[in-house]
Design a protein around this ligand. Structure first.
Ligand code: GLU
Length: 387
């Protein structure tokens, strides 16, 4: 692959609307002294500011809390016990957050800290809440900096590595591009440190067993993620329609360098995040309930609009916020399927009302739409059928 080819594929980063960047511990923390690598972070934050200036939304998933905190607690080198890691994370995280704040402040970017535990991506309710918060922060122009909440995550309930955490975050927010910055510049056919014949792979179109076998166990000393967790992350990201790039982070302006055609490995999805989400909605085997709508609403949906409470006439079945429901026209045929922003009980109470009345009726300010158009797929048969 030539530099020109690499620049071309790097447009996945330049043109992405939403970008997640994972920053490994080895980049942020000087291994021997256990100090924050401030000069590096400053140059990286400069790249983040350039992305924001172009109007791109950026989420950072940053490691480094444990590596940074252990020195301050005087913990010995080598493997830490779980409770020592937890203590180190508590000390390191606050320093890490402070550094991000200070450096992003200089670019007039508001930073927001989010500490996630496994349940926040794996349990639907918590997933929806975390997603809602992230979307709100992004729409308000902030840059969320995410890490695992290591101080409370115990061995059984933790991701353990930020590669997979970053992929779950990318999936959660429908990011178009995930960059894993690490101490290696990409995927090789074998571990390049051990095998001189190891060949570099610039692009992966399908994660085959052969690709997985290449991952080996090339982990660095500080972070927990080796190539295996990166491949696991790639599977999650690509499955969600998100491009993933593994690139060398230990250079000044690492994102800029990717855009300039530096060597890195790209995992290419066959779909987009939105299409993947819509396929998933359309593929729901058993919608949890149904919402009956009037003719006006059917027309609005066909025209690509969201479903508002005003057009709903009935809610059928039991469903929770975040469940997939069928949307049924007045003639009883299914018009669309979508993720409902309200439970059946709340939906029943706001039926026929204006969105502006939702707060008065329910006592809280929920979404204006019962089903947002991004969460909705039209049933094709209906398009060519009854209307
Ligand atoms: N969450 C850990 C930390 O902040 C890092 C996990 C990883 O290395 O991927 O120290």
């Amino acid at each position: 692959m030539t530099v020109a080819d690499r620049k071309l594929i790097a447009r996945r980063l330049t043109e992405a609307k939403r970008v997640v960047v994972k920053v490994g511990s080895a980049l942020l923390v000087d291994g021997e002294k256990g100090r924050l690598n401030r000069a590096w972070l400053e140059s990286f934050v400069g790249d983040v500011a350039s992305l924001r200036k172009r109007g791109q939304e950026v989420i950072l998933v940053s490691s480094g809390a444990i590596a940074l905190g252990r020195r301050h607690l005087g913990l010995n080198p080598g493997k830490l016990k779980l409770e020592e890691s937890q203590a180190a994370a508590a000390v390191g995280q606050i320093r890490l957050a402070h550094a991000y704040k200070e450096l992003l402040d200089a670019h007039e970017i508001t930073v927001a800290q989010i500490l996630l535990t496994l349940g926040d991506t794996e349990q639907r309710r918590r997933y929806l809440n975390a997603r809602g918060t992230l979307n709100t922060l992004l729409s308000l122009g902030a840059v969320p900096v995410i890490n695992e909440n290591d101080t409370v995550a115990t061995a059984e309930i933790r991701y353990g590595d930020n590669d997979r955490l970053a992929a779950r975050v990318a999936q959660m927010v429908g990011a178009d591009c995930l960059v894993l910055l690490s101490d290696i510049d990409g995927l090789y056919t074998a571990n390049p440190a051990l095998d001189p014949d190891a060949e570099f792979i610039a692009r992966v179109l399908e994660i085959t067993p052969a690709i997985e076998a290449m991952a080996g166990g090339a982990a660095s000393d500080m972070g927990t993620g080796g190539m295996q967790t990166k491949i696991a992350a790639a599977k999650i990201a690509v499955g969600a329609g998100c491009h993933l790039c593994i690139a060398k982070g230990a250079v000044q302006h690492p994102l800029q360098r990717i855009e300039d055609g530096a060597r890195c490995t790209w995992f290419v999805p066959t779909s987009t995040p939105m299409a993947t989400r819509k396929q998933w909605i359309a593929g729901t085997l058993k919608p949890a309930g149904a919402i009956v709508v009037d003719d006006g609403a059917v027309r609005a949906l066909m025209g690509g609009k969201s479903l508002l409470p005003a057009g709903v006439t009935r809610a059928i079945g039991r469903f929770e916020r975040g469940d997939t429901v069928s949307i049924i026209g007045p003639d009883g045929s299914e018009v669309a399927r979508g993720i409902c922003a309200y439970s059946d009980g709340d939906a029943a109470r706001i039926i026929g009302r204006k969105s502006a009345d939702i707060e008065t009726v329910l006592g809280f300010r929920g979404r204006d739409e019962i089903v947002h158009r991004d969460d909705l797929v039209l049933i094709k048969a209906h398009v060519s059928g009854t209307l």
